[in-house]
Design a protein around this ligand. Structure first.
Ligand code: GBH
Length: 488
């Protein structure tokens, strides 16, 4: 008799919660930290929805022991967080001094994680470019300088932390850096052609140039890691990309094409280049000469420069041909089906609905196309009204529990029924935190943060996820080959 289907997670599956430095640390002028582009940007009037900035955030730079205690209480296997470049090299550049206090801080935190049996999963860049590099030479717009400076920063981190850190992400969501920072201008450094928004910038060229430079910087850092550190440190390294599932609005051929075009612009831009060694032909068709290209030598470094597929995903969009949003490949997004029904429950964030089938479809699409193990490094939901109700109600986050019920089961089906190789899952986020242009209004945490007291309150979604992973975790056995059933 065959054994019953084992609906457990693969043996070394990593799970934990995710955060990013600027969204939680605060203490922006402590211990010789330099400024990042988000410091000034978030202080400008009108850049965040509530007019608040990252100076305090969840105060995690000071309260790191509390965060650690929380992670321990939650029983996570891993924790995904990011390092602030401006704490490590305050002025950012390769000839600028390294800040021992910054290194010491992250050393303490990494050691604290390891002492508690929690595997550090480290992002090198989650959007907080040192301001000095932006002022000095235009930051991500300056290929020769930024590629060298980023690679140097990465190297400093491999040297300082790589004896203990075995999981590295080079860049978080380059699409957001390029499109939101240099196209729409809603994220730092806030460049855009829209002169009401920004005194300078060119939305039709800069995003594509910035994305191009980010890919190259990522690839060079990976090359350094593989050549100089991996042989002894034996870790894994890759990039993580945002990207939501794209579904045709209906089954007309132009809308079926539109969904693929949306994927090309949102995902293929980075994933085809990094994993397959080319830019999506449709991007060149739309952008023409504005789409840069790599030299054959550069492609050699770029192609295959990620050990895995790093996936940040939140929702699904219904796609229709047309519309003039070039950043979406001239594809129109909606959540409203032809029959006027909604795709799923609406989050607090306008861009997010709960549709777990899309997550499963995306996992399949990505695995088929890129043939790499998938690490889900972000997935999460903001709940309508959560910031306007008392704490004891806010922690009953049913809509978020519903979301995670759906996505965890969708992931399990993708693993067991579809054979997709998923190796990690990090819900976003450990804490409510500084939600970029939304300020503190939008909450993504599985832990509620009272921003007056900085007290942390576990929400029901944290409890749900902890239980779910307990139930589905495969406990390694001493005797690996133990039979699961005996044929009689
Ligand atoms: C993640 O990005 C970030 O990595 C994380 O820092 C953040 O806190 C989290 O999401 C929650 O937002 O309507 O054109 O402005 C998620 C990817 C891509 C989702 C851009 C929102 C809005 C597009 N994001 N998208 S637009």
């Amino acid at each position: 008799m065959a054994s019953l289907p084992d609906h457990k997670l693969p043996k070394d599956f990593l799970w934990g919660f995710a955060t990013a430095a600027f969204q939680i640390e605060g203490s922006t002028d402590v211990d010789d930290r330099g400024k990042s582009i988000w410091d000034d940007f978030s202080r400008l009037p009108g850049k965040t929805a509530d007019g608040r900035n990252g100076d305090v955030a969840t105060d995690s730079y000071r309260l790191w022991k509390e965060d650690l205690a929380l992670l321990k209480q939650y029983g996570v296997k891993s924790y995904r967080f990011s390092i602030s470049w401006s704490r490590i090299i305050p002025l950012g550049g390769r000839n600028d001094p390294v800040n021992p206090k910054g290194i010491e801080y992250y050393n303490g935190f990494i050691n604290g994680l390891l002492e508690n049996g929690i595997i550090p999963f480290l992002t090198l860049y989650h959007w907080d470019l040192p301001q000095a590099l932006h002022d000095r030479y235009g930051g991500w717009l300056n290929k020769d300088e930024v590629v060298k400076d980023y690679t140097n920063y990465a190297k400093v981190c491999f040297e300082a932390f790589g004896d203990r850190v075995k999981h590295w992400l080079t860049i978080n969501e380059p699409w957001c850096v390029a499109i939101l920072g240099y196209g729409r201008g809603v994220f730092a450094p806030g460049r855009s052609s829209d002169r009401q928004r920004s005194p300078e910038g060119n939305s039709s060229t800069e995003p594509w140039i910035v994305g191009h430079h980010i890919i190259l910087a990522h690839a060079h850092a990976v090359k350094v890691y593989r050549e100089q550190f991996k042989p002894t440190q034996k870790g894994q390294i890759g990039i993580t990309l945002n990207g939501d599932w794209a579904m045709p609005y209906d089954d007309t051929p132009e809308n079926i094409d539109a969904a693929q075009h949306a994927l090309d612009f949102a995902i293929g831009w980075y994933a085809d280049s990094v994993h397959l060694g080319f830019y999506p032909p449709y991007m060149r068709e739309v952008l023409g000469d504005r789409m840069p290209d790599f030299t054959p030598e550069e492609w050699e470094i770029v192609k295959g420069s990620s050990d895995f597929y790093g996936m940040n995903t939140y929702t699904t969009n219904l796609c229709r041909a047309g519309g003039d949003d070039e950043f979406q490949g001239n594809v129109d997004y909606t959540f409203t089906r032809p029959d006027e029904t909604q795709l799923g429950p609406q989050a607090q964030s306008p861009w997010l609905q709960d549709y777990p089938q899309g997550f499963r479809a995306l996992l399949n699409y990505i695995y088929k196309r890129y043939k790499l193990p998938i690490l889900v490094t972000e997935n999460g939901f903001s709940v309508k009204g959560e910031s306007d109700i008392p704490i004891d109600e806010a922690v009953k986050d049913d809509a978020r529990v519903h979301y995670f019920q759906g996505t965890t089961e969708a992931m399990l089906s993708a693993i067991h029924e579809d054979g997709v190789d998923v190796q990690a899952y990090f819900p976003w986020s450990l804490l409510d935190n500084f939600e970029w242009a939304d300020g503190y209004i939008t909450r993504f945490g599985v832990t509620y943060v009272d921003y007056e007291t900085q007290k942390r309150y576990p929400k029901d979604s944290a409890k749900f996820l902890i239980e779910w992973f307990k139930e589905h975790e495969t406990i390694p056995t001493a005797i690996e080959q133990l039979p699961t059933s005996v044929d009689i």
